[in-house]
Design a protein. Structure first.
Length: 346
């Protein structure tokens, strides 16, 4: 029962990963200051797995408090680092806040990893590092382009920091480049809970369908794609979560090729915004109120993954398709609404 420290364990991908780790025999502790999350996923995780994990309400920017977590848990066998800010638009407005949070947090964590000799580290990266790619699908060796936003820059710098760190320290790392994680756990005990107005497409779709938002604005239909809207590689959050368990097992089995291996986590299918809307309408039976609007600054035209490496090396298999992604996202949105109505009526 190796003990894994998950940072951002109350967040969207973090909470789903904790469930997958527990189901695969790991013991988990979490560090999450709930600055961009709520503590509720701890209960959701318990309802799914029967285990109550300990969450340390610690800001990774605070080195002493971060170090105290390691002191209290000298048996940490691996770290999976999710905790970061991730809103592209906000990062343009508040660049220093993004660099400070995403990079200081990582550096403090790595100082502890070094001091306490933690052998394995998995980093949440993003397909954003490829920028607007010249060729799709992108492989792990596709060029890393200049970041389109401070958020993207923090992911690129995070990758660089880890690659330098792993070349020197006794820690083996993996960089996981996520494409577009969507959907919710099929039990609906955990899912995506954007704080404030959602920015990402699928929460915008489900919140519109439930009546919280008036409409979905499709950001542009004049791109050089099959229907004019942008192409992305949507992937179910549980498939992403399981890849983290496989990544840790891969490191623990010493199967890594370098001290800092990289894997794309996408399905390999490019889906347009309009196709995503249609897929949602089909599984939900809800006619969505949407309109075509102007392009959003900083959006890439089209990107999807070549995921051969993750399938071959990690033994990763994708279990959920686009309908499953939309079905679980919709079930989760309905569950949130039911819970909110219950609170109101009490
Ligand atoms: C972006 C980042 C990704 C990051 C993620 C986290 C890039 C290229 N990607 O993903 O790295 O992890 O944010 O937030 O920087 N759309 C609409 N209407 C909406 C919302 C979205 O049409 O109301 C469209 C967008 O134009 C895009 C697609 O839907 O084509 C997906 O958008 P979104 O869910 O925001 O994700 P990305 O921008 O792809």
């Amino acid at each position: 029962m190796a003990k894994i420290l998950v940072t951002g364990g109350c967040g969207y991908i973090g909470s789903h990963t904790i469930v997958d780790l527990i189901e695969n025999g790991f013991t988990v502790i979490s560090v999450d200051d709930n600055s961009r999350s709520t503590p509720y996923p701890v209960s959701g995780i318990e309802q799914i797995t029967g285990r109550r994990i300990k969450n340390y309400n610690v800001d990774l920017k605070n080195f002493d408090e971060t170090r105290a977590v390691f002191q209290e848990n000298p048996d940490i066998a691996g770290v999976i680092h999710f905790a970061a800010y991730k809103a592209v638009g906000e990062s343009v407005i508040e660049p220093l806040m993004y660099y400070e949070n995403n990079l200081f947090g990582l550096i403090n964590l790595l100082k502890c990893v070094q001091e306490f000799s933690v052998p394995y580290f998995v980093f949440s990266s993003s397909c954003t590092v490829y920028g607007n790619p010249d060729d799709i699908p992108v492989t792990e060796s596709s060029p890393v382009k200049k970041a389109e936003s401070p958020y993207g820059a923090t992911k690129q710098m995070g990758e660089e920091i880890l690659s330098n760190f792993s070349a020197r320290a006794n820690t083996k790392s993996i960089l996981l480049r996520y494409f577009n994680p969507v959907g919710a756990h099929p039990t609906c005990f955990i899912g995506e809970q954007p704080v404030g107005k959602p920015q990402n497409l699928v929460p915008v779709i489900t919140q519109t369908a439930i009546g919280k938002l008036q409409k979905v604005t499709v950001f542009g239909n004049d791109y050089p794609t099959r229907d004019g809207s942008c192409v992305r590689d949507y992937i179910h959050v549980c498939d992403i979560a399981h890849a983290h368990t496989l990544a840790l097992q891969y490191l623990m089995d010493q199967r890594n090729k370098t001290n800092c291996d990289i894997f794309n986590l996408g399905t390999g299918n490019g889906v347009t915004v309009l196709e995503a809307i249609q897929a949602f309408e089909k599984v939900s039976g809800v006619k969505l109120n949407y309109e075509i609007g102007p392009r959003r600054a900083g959006d890439v035209v089209a990107i999807y993954a070549n995921n051969d490496l993750a399938r071959k090396e990690l033994g990763w298999e994708i279990k959920y398709d686009l309908s499953d992604m939309m079905r679980t996202a919709w079930a989760w949105e309905k569950k949130i609404k039911a819970a909110e109505e219950k609170v109101k009526s009490n």
